[in-house]
Design a binder for this molecule. Structure first.
Ligand code: HEC
Ligand code: HEC
Ligand code: HEC
Ligand code: HEC
Ligand code: HEC
Ligand code: HEC
Ligand code: HEC
Ligand code: HEC
Ligand code: HEC
Ligand code: HEC
Ligand code: HEC
Length: 485
């Protein structure tokens, strides 16, 4: 019974083989496979073979004849060899021609060459022998696979060594650009992406997911996929894909939050490339950017002063001991918003309350409340002085010096907001105290100017009265003289 089944299976698979192998009509292949020619052996698993394409589709010649001479006749357009520089014209012939591809039953995009032409890999050549990477460098030839086929050279788990062949070789790279680092693969292998890729996971980011495939450009080029303002979209291709992220039990909200954050708005709306993009915090290839041992430290690479002050504060030790992330504990990570005085204090919006409760009779709670009320009073004094000085200015009094001194108060308020990070209440009080002094002086100057104004008004009134009386007196005097005269 089993034997019969096996025989049937053999017969059916044989006839299946006959019917699907339209290649039997390809005499080039037939003869070359008998010769056990490596090209032909490889070609058996090539996507083009699968699609019924003949050796002659690329090499020319007559694929219908068994006669070697006739088949490989230059008069039939046969080409035995290709010059390196022009070999990819063979591929472009079909892959840049939409109509031809459609005739062959394909709906693939036909933009690979137009993209490649503009890429960095096309612009540089070795001794005029053609682009450093052409279609064949990345896809091979005679052994070309669908890109989704795990044995394709560009399949996610294989592409690392493809790019790495050149990009990990200092020897090779120095011929082109000796200052270009050659550590991308090594660093990549230390990242979450790289580790999972090494385990065979095709869903994590590989070189081409971030850099593109045919349109790779230097990162400084604003059209590059990895340019600061383009990278959030690149990451969001995967990280905003809820279905994909569910598999890894990760949230898929980083992009949506980031675009609304103070950093995202600066980078994407105002075009301020000094604001961080995803890779500034997470690193390009490695786990975190160079020079920063943990992602928590990354904020300090830009916000240097805040970091220095934080490190002087009692929070530094306490956060380390409790394993609290440093800046993120108070500011968050993806949705960092512009700060306001509401963040500090003992009102519900204050971040201090997350850890310091009134009930605990806690020093942190006390300091939070005190710092907030100091800031609030200085703001109030500043406002009041401003109103007084505005009034004086409107009345035409010269209070320029006092108005100017208010700038110093605003500077003190700004700096105090930074100084919060030290948690040093004594210094904070002292510093805010300087603001009080300036505010008081300005208030007094304004008040004096206003008083002065009214004083002059009264003075003016009196003198006008006196003059009027004089004039009237004079008038009557004149009348009297007239009458007498
Ligand atoms: C009947 C057998 C036969 C047929 C049919 C045949 N070839 Fe060949 N082909 C050979 C042999 C044998 C060689 C090696 C001859 C040599 O080295 O001069 C060869 C060499 C080649 C070479 C390498 C030439 C070189 O100079 O290195 C190419 C390319 C090639 N064939 C392609 C084709 C194509 C394309 C067709 C169909 C249009 C084809 N062959 C049909 C037998 C065949
Ligand atoms: C998709 C296009 C394509 C197909 C199909 C194709 N070739 Fe090629 N073949 C090329 C290109 C391009 C080169 C040059 C590769 C290089 O320079 O590295 C080449 C090189 C060769 C060479 C080496 C010539 C030399 O430089 O010594 C041989 C032999 C060859 N092909 C035989 C075949 C045979 C036999 C078939 C069919 C079984 C076939 N090719 C199918 C594109 C093709
Ligand atoms: C005669 C036309 C023709 C030539 C020449 C040709 N191709 Fe193709 N290629 C096709 C067709 C048709 C397919 C199958 C498309 C499909 O499945 O939709 C294909 C598929 C591919 C694929 C797989 C794409 C996928 O679906 O993942 C790659 C990669 C590829 N070709 C690269 C090359 C390279 C590299 C060359 C030059 C060495 C080349 N092709 C030459 C017609 C051609
Ligand atoms: C630097 C390496 C590299 C070079 C050079 C290259 N490719 Fe690709 N190609 C890839 C990668 C990686 C993919 C898969 C990822 C993707 O599609 O974005 C791919 C995908 C493809 C596909 C599948 C359809 C598509 O567009 O996604 C085709 C067809 C293809 N390449 C043809 C070509 C042709 C033709 C050339 C030459 C003009 C070429 N490639 C040059 C790396 C390369
Ligand atoms: C997660 C996204 C991502 C992956 C994966 C990735 N890169 Fe990058 N790569 C970047 C970013 C972002 C930059 C540029 C950052 C900058 O300078 O602004 C970069 C820069 C580069 C550079 C320029 C030199 C340098 O190191 O700054 C090269 C070369 C490079 N990558 C090659 C690769 C190779 C090869 C791979 C695969 C092993 C790879 N990249 C994987 C994001 C990525
Ligand atoms: C055959 C060798 C080779 C292969 C394979 C290769 N590259 Fe390159 N790549 C180069 C050379 C050479 C340069 C130019 C260096 C220069 O002049 O700055 C370059 C430049 C780059 C740059 C621009 C670097 C910069 O900022 O100046 C990036 C990014 C890059 N390649 C990524 C990739 C990726 C991703 C892959 C794989 C899909 C890849 N390369 C495959 C040789 C190669
Ligand atoms: C091709 C899809 C893809 C792209 C593009 C991609 N990632 Fe990922 N990334 C993943 C997947 C899948 C994981 C899940 C691995 C895990 O953590 O188990 C991951 C993990 C991560 C992690 C680790 C999360 C954790 O805590 O485990 C970080 C951080 C990360 N990616 C950042 C980025 C950044 C930044 C970019 C853009 C520069 C990016 N990724 C681009 C697919 C991608
Ligand atoms: C200002 C710095 C910063 C920026 C910008 C940033 N991240 Fe993060 N990201 C963090 C921090 C901090 C964490 C917490 C991880 C930790 O503590 O190890 C994190 C966590 C993650 C995680 C792990 C899962 C999670 O949500 O906790 C992923 C995935 C991620 N970020 C992706 C992104 C992507 C995608 C972007 C760009 C759209 C981005 N990040 C922008 C700092 C940043
Ligand atoms: C690559 C540099 C860079 C990195 C890294 C960075 N920032 Fe920023 N950050 C900026 C810039 C630039 C702005 C100003 C944006 C604006 O004002 O439009 C800013 C703004 C801010 C603000 C708002 C300031 C205000 O005026 O209210 C806070 C809070 C902040 N960042 C916290 C963080 C934290 C926390 C981290 C780490 C998780 C971090 N930043 C990482 C550059 C950076
Ligand atoms: C204990 C909570 C807390 C921690 C930890 C913290 N901050 Fe702040 N940060 C605040 C508060 C509260 C404000 C708002 C002050 C205000 O506007 O009154 C602020 C304001 C800021 C500002 C805007 C004011 C300015 O200085 O320009 C920046 C930027 C900032 N923080 C960055 C950081 C960085 C970077 C870290 C990590 C080194 C950090 N913060 C750690 C609570 C914290
Ligand atoms: C993530 C939790 C957390 C947040 C948020 C936080 N703290 Fe703390 N803080 C601590 C811990 C833990 C300590 C050390 C133990 C203690 O004294 O409570 C501490 C200590 C302090 C101290 C020193 C107390 C002493 O005994 O010397 C002050 C002052 C302080 N915090 C003020 C603040 C202020 C102000 C804020 C809001 C801007 C704040 N903290 C936000 C966790 C936090």
């Amino acid at each position: 019974m089993k034997k019969l089944k096996y025989l049937l299976l053999l017969v059916s698979s044989f006839s299946l083989a006959l019917s699907t192998h339209s290649q039997t009509k390809d005499e080039c292949f037939n003869c070359h496979i008998q010769l056990e020619d490596k090209m032909a052996v490889d070609y058996k698993s090539d996507i083009h073979f699968e699609k019924g394409l003949s050796c002659a589709h690329c090499h020319g010649g007559d694929s219908k004849t068994e006669d070697m001479e006739l088949a490989m006749n230059p008069s039939k357009g046969f080409k035995a060899k290709f010059i390196r520089k022009y070999r990819m014209n063979v591929c472009i012939h079909c892959h840049s021609d939409k109509d031809r591809m459609e005739v062959l039953g394909s709906k693939l995009p036909t933009d690979q060459y137009t993209k490649l032409e503009k890429s960095i890999h096309f612009q540089i050549t070795t001794n005029n022998t053609g682009p450093v990477t052409d279609c064949i460098t990345c896809h091979s030839v005679h052994n070309i696979k669908k890109v989704k086929d795990p044995s394709s050279k560009v399949y996610p788990t294989n592409i690392i060594s493809l790019c790495g062949e050149c990009h990990s070789s200092a020897e090779y790279m120095k011929n082109y650009n000796s200052s270009l680092p050659v550590d991308q693969v090594v660093k990549y292998r230390t990242s979450v992406h790289g580790k999972l890729n090494a385990k065979g996971d095709p869903n994590v980011a590989d070189c081409a997911d971030c850099h593109g495939a045919h349109d790779i450009l230097p990162s400084k080029n604003p059209k590059s996929h990895v340019y600061a303002s383009n990278i959030p979209k690149v990451c969001s291709n995967c990280h905003s894909d809820q279905v994909l992220m569910n598999k890894y039990k990760l949230p898929a909200d980083q992009y949506d939050k980031f675009v609304k954050s103070v950093h995202g708005v600066a980078l994407l709306e105002k075009g301020d490339v000094s604001a961080p993009s995803c890779n500034d915090c997470h690193g390009n290839h490695g786990a975190v950017p160079p020079g920063v041992e943990s992602i928590s430290k990354v904020c300090g690479s830009c916000h240097v002063i805040n970091m220095e002050l934080f490190e002087q504060s009692p929070h530094k030790k306490a956060f380390d001991e409790n394993n609290y992330p440093e800046c993120e504990s108070c500011h968050g990570n993806h949705q960092i918003i512009r700060t306001t005085d509401k963040l500090i204090g003992v009102q519900p919006e204050s971040v201090c309350l997350d850890c310091h409760k009134e009930a605990d009779n806690n020093k942190g709670y006390f300091v939070a409340g005190r710092m907030k009320s100091l800031l609030d009073s200085l703001t109030t004094l500043d406002k009041s002085a401003k109103i007084r000085l505005d009034e004086a200015t409107q009345k035409g009094m010269d209070v320029q010096d006092a108005v100017y001194s208010l700038k110093d108060i605003r500077q003190i308020i700004l700096q105090s907001r930074t100084n919060i990070h030290t948690l040093n209440l004594e210094k904070f009080e002292e510093f805010i105290g300087q603001g009080y002094e300036i505010a008081n002086k300005a208030e007094i100057a304004g008040q004096e100017a206003v008083d002065d104004y009214y004083f002059r008004r009264i003075g003016l009134g009196i003198s006008t009265l006196v003059v009027t009386l004089l004039v009237i007196g004079l008038y009557f005097k004149l009348k009297k003289v007239e009458k007498q005269g």
